[in-house]
Design a protein around this ligand. Structure first.
Ligand code: SF4
Length: 678
C-alpha cells in the first residue's frame, strides 16, 4: 500500500521482474532521485497492493556497500574481490579484445555466456546478449537449473496449458500444495488458500518439512525427498483400483490412460509407503480426499523436480487431475508455471540472430566444463543475471574452475556477488528500477511495462546497451538491429499476434492481460496446447528420454556412509541468491531431534555436513519440523552465511534429472558430525 508522502517525495509506478511467479505491481517512493521505499500497488489484481519483505529491502540493494558503482579490473588474486577502477571504455576494450583473441585462436566455442534468473524481464536477457554470443559462435548454455524437468513434463502432457489463476483457489473445496512453500515464494497465493479454508475447504500439503502452511493443513504428507513419484503413482493406482478414475473424461480428453494405469499398477499403498516413508493410511487418505472433493486445485511447485526422478514425478502429479476428472470447473485443475500463457510473445525476437550449431553446455555441469583443459576448454566466461558459484551444483568444482588463471571471467551484475569476486573484469549493471523493463508473471497472468524510476546508480548500465556496444566493438552489429530499449520492446511485442493490443495496453495502463482473461478455467476457457487439444498421459518423446521410461522410478541414492537427505528449499530472505548480500547472519542447518541426538549434536553446536563432494561448517538448529532422515540448509545463501564459505550446493551432485537435464539438488546425501569449538 502507498505510504503517505513527506515533502519532496513522489510516488512512481513500477513492476517487479525478479524470479518470482507473482509479478507484483509496485509503488516506489522517490526523493531527490533516490528510492526511499517500495510497496505494492493495486494495479496487478492478483498481488493486491502488498509485496514480500525481500523486495521491501530493495533500497539497501540499490545503495548498499556491495553495489558495484563502476567497472573494475582485477588487481588481486582470483576470489579476493580486489579490483582497480576502470573506465567503461577501458573495461569493454579489454573484454572485446579477449573475446576476439579466444575466437581467433580456437573458435567461438571457447566463450561461454552464463545467465539465469537475475531478471525475468524481456529486455534484460535474450536480446543484444543473444545477438553477440550467437554471432560470435559461442558455446550455448542450456538454462536447466530450475524448471527444465517440470517444463518438459508439462509440455509433454498438456502443451503447457495455462493453470488455475491464484484467485480461483478461493473457489476450491480441496487444495493440494505439492512441493512448494507459498509462505516464502509466490506469497500471494496464501490469502486465497485461507479464503477457501474459511469456507470449509480442506488443505493437503506435501513437503518433507512442516512449513507454516503445513501447520494449517488437514493432511501433511512429510514424504522422504525424491519420492514424489511413488506417492503420485500410488494415489493414481488407488483411483483406478477403486473405480474413482473419471473414465468418461479420460476417454474424451486424453490419450494413454490405459498405459498410465498399467505403469501405476505396481505402486500399491504399501510399496509407496516404504519408499516415501509415509503411513500407507495417509497415502490412502490423500487419494480419498482427492477423489471425494471438488473443485480440487493442485498447486505443483518445483520441489518435486529436484531429484533423479523429477520429470516423471511432475508428470505423474499433473496426471492426477486428469485421472480424477478435476477439470472444467472454476477452482479445479492444476497450476505449475504459467509462463507459457504468453507463448506467442517471442522473447528472442529482438536478437535478430540465429543460434549457431555450436556445442551446448548444461549449466548444472558448469564445474566439469570449467575445469577442463585443452581443446574442449572454456577460456572466457561472461556471467550476467546470475551468481553460479552460489546457485549451481557441485560448488567446489565450479570454484576450482573460476580459480583457473587461464580462464578470463567477466561478471556484469549490480552487486559484488561471490562469483564476481573471481572476475577479471566486473561491470556495473542497472537494477530494474534504473531501466525500462517489460516482464510477465509465471503465476499471475499479467504483463507489465515500467520505465526507470531513478537514474542509474554510479556508472551502472543496462544489459542491452552493454551487449550492443560489444557487438559494435567486435564488428558484429548490422544495420537495423534493435538496440535501444524502445526498439527491443517493439520487436518483442511485434512478434505476438496480439502485439498491437499489448503495446497499447502497456503504453496506456502499464499492464496487459491474457486473451483468455485474468482467470481462465481449464477445459472451459483454455485447453491443452497439444496438436489435438487432448492430454497425452504417456507422451512418446518423454518415454524415450527418461532412462527407465516415463514414470520409471530410480531408487533412493542413500548410502550407509551418507544416510541423511539434504534439501535446500527457498526462504523468505532471498530470491534464488538475489539480495543475499543483505543477509549476513550465520545460517544454521536444521535437523530432526532424533538425528541430532544420535550424533551427540545439540542446538547451536558447530557441525560439519559432508559427503564425497565437499563439506559445510555451520551451526546446528534442532527442529522437529524437519522429518527424520532429512537435513535442511537453505537455497540462495552466500559464502558469508557459513563458517566454511561453502553452501548446500557444495554437497549437491551434478547428476541430471530423468527429463530436461535438470539439477538433482535433493539427491544430495550427507553425514553430519560435531565440529568442536572454533
Ligand atoms: S519477489 Fe515476488 S512477491 Fe516479492 S515483490 Fe517481486 S513479485 Fe512481489
Amino acid at each position: 500500500m502507498s505510504a503517505a508522502l513527506r515533502p519532496g517525495q513522489i510516488h512512481v509506478e513500477s513492476a517487479c521482474p525478479l524470479d518470482c511467479p507473482d509479478a507484483c505491481s509496485l509503488d516506489v517512493t522517490v526523493a531527490d532521485g533516490r528510492v526511499v521505499a517500495i510497496g505494492g500497488s493495486e494495479k496487478n489484481p492478483v498481488t493486491r497492493g502488498y509485496i514480500c519483505a525481500k523486495v521491501r529491502r530493495y533500497p539497501e540493494h540499490l545503495y548498499g556497500e556491495a553495489r558495484i558503482q563502476h567497472p573494475g579490473i582485477r588487481s588481486g588474486c582470483k576470489g579476493e574481490g580486489k579490483f582497480r577502477r576502470a573506465s567503461w571504455d577501458e573495461a569493454l576494450g579489454l573484454v572485446a579484445a579477449r573475446m576476439k583473441a579466444v575466437r581467433d585462436s580456437r573458435g567461438g566455442e571457447g566463450i561461454l555466456p552464463f545467465s539465469y534468473g537475475g531478471s525475468n524481464g524481456y529486455l534484460s536477457q535474450d536480446t543484444t546478449d543473444a545477438r553477440l554470443f550467437y554471432r560470435l559462435g559461442a558455446s550455448r548454455l542450456l538454462r536447466t537449473v530450475c524448471a527444465a524437468p517440470s517444463g518438459r513434463a508439462a509440455s509433454g502432457l498438456y502443451g503447457k496449458m495455462p493453470g488455475i489463476a491464484y484467485q480461483d483457489y478461493a473457489h476450491a473445496n480441496l487444495i493440494v500444495v505439492w512441493g512448494m512453500n507459498p509462505s516464502v515464494s509466490g506469497i500471494h497465493l496464501v490469502p486465497y488458500i485461507q479464503e477457501a479454508q474459511k469456507r470449509g475447504a480442506r488443505l493437503v500439503v506435501v513437503d518433507p518439512r512442516r512449513t507454516r502452511l503445513a501447520e494449517h493443513a488437514d493432511l501433511h504428507l512429510a514424504l522422504h525427498p525424491g519420492t514424489d513419484l511413488p506417492l503420485a503413482l500410488a494415489g493414481m493406482r488407488w483411483l483406478f483400483a477403486q473405480g474413482r478414475a473419471d473414465r468418461a473424461f479420460l476417454a474424451q480428453h486424453t490419450h494413454g490412460a490405459e498405459e498410465l494405469a498399467r505403469r501405476a499398477e505396481p505402486w500399491t499403498l504399501e510399496r509407496a509407503a516404504r519408499e516415501t516413508r509415509l503411513p500407507a493410511a495417509d497415502i490412502e487418505a490423500f487419494a480419498r480426499l482427492y477423489a471425494d472433493l471438488s473443485p480440487a486445485a493442485l498447486r505443483c511447485g518445483w520441489g518435486p523436480e529436484r531429484n533423479r526422478n523429477g520429470g516423471s514425478a511432475i508428470a505423474a502429479i499433473l496426471a492426477l487431475p486428469a485421472v480424477a476428472g478435476k477439470f472444467g470447473v472454476r477452482g479445479g485443475g492444476y497450476t505449475l508455471s504459467n509462463s507459457a500463457a504468453w507463448k506467442d510473445v517471442d522473447g528472442m525476437a529482438a536478437a535478430k540472430a540465429e543460434a549457431p550449431p555450436t556445442r551446448e553446455i548444461n549449466m548444472n555441469q558448469l564445474g566439469d566444463v570449467l575445469v577442463r583443459r585443452g581443446e574442449a576448454s572454456v577460456d572466457l566466461i561472461f556471467v550476467y543475471n546470475a551468481n553460479p558459484l552460489m546457485t549451481i551444483p557441485d560448488q567446489e568444482r565450479v570454484r576450482a574452475g573460476l580459480e583457473r588463471e587461464d580462464l578470463f571471467t567477466v561478471v556484469f551484475d549490480p552487486v559484488m556477488t561471490d562469483t564476481a569476486r573471481y572476475a577479471d573484469v566486473v561491470l556495473p549493471a542497472t537494477t530494474f528500477l534504473e531501466r525500462t523493463e517489460i516482464s510477465r508473471g509465471y503465476g499471475a497472468f499479467v504483463m507489465q511495462k515500467a520505465d526507470a524510476v531513478i537514474p542509474p546508480v554510479g556508472e551502472a548500465r543496462p544489459n542491452h546497451e552493454v551487449f550492443a556496444e560489444l557487438c559494435r566493438r567486435l564488428d558484429l552489429a548490422r544495420p537495423g538491429d534493435p538496440e535501444t530499449a524502445e526498439q527491443i520492446a517493439e520487436a518483442v511485442l511485434a512478434s505476438s499476434r496480439r502485439g498491437a493490443h499489448l503495446r497499447r495496453s502497456l503504453d496506456e495502463n502499464g499492464i496487459a492481460f491474457l486473451e483468455e482473461g485474468v482467470a481462465p478455467v481449464q477445459f472451459v476457457d483454455t485447453f491443452p496446447r497439444t496438436a489435438d487439444r487432448k492430454i497425452d498421459l504417456v507422451p512418446e518423446p518423454l518415454d524415450r528420454e527418461a532412462p527407465l521410461g516415463l514414470y520409471g522410478y530410480q531408487p533412493e541414492p542413500e548410502t550407509g556412509r551418507y544416510p541423511l537427505a539434504l534439501i535446500s528449499p527457498a526462504t523468505d530472505r532471498t530470491i534464488s541468491s538475489t539480495l543475499g548480500e543483505l543477509h549476513r547472519a550465520p545460517v544454521p542447518v536444521a535437523m530432526h531431534p532424533d538425528d541430532a541426538g544420535s550424533r551427540g549434536i545439540r542446538e547451536g553446536d558447530r557441525v560439519r555436513i559432508f559427503n564425497a563432494l565437499g563439506s559445510v561448517r555451520c551451526r546446528a538448529q534442532v527442529d522437529a519440523g524437519v522429518r527424520a532422515g532429512v537435513v535442511f540448509l537453505p537455497k540462495g545463501i552466500w559464502s558469508h552465511n557459513t563458517e566454511s564459505g561453502t553452501t548446500a550446493n557444495a554437497l549437491s551432485p551434478n547428476t541430471l534429472t530423468d527429463l530436461g537435464g535438470g539439477a538433482c539438488f535433493n539427491d544430495a546425501r550427507v553425514e553430519v558430525e560435531p565440529a568442536g569449538p572454533a
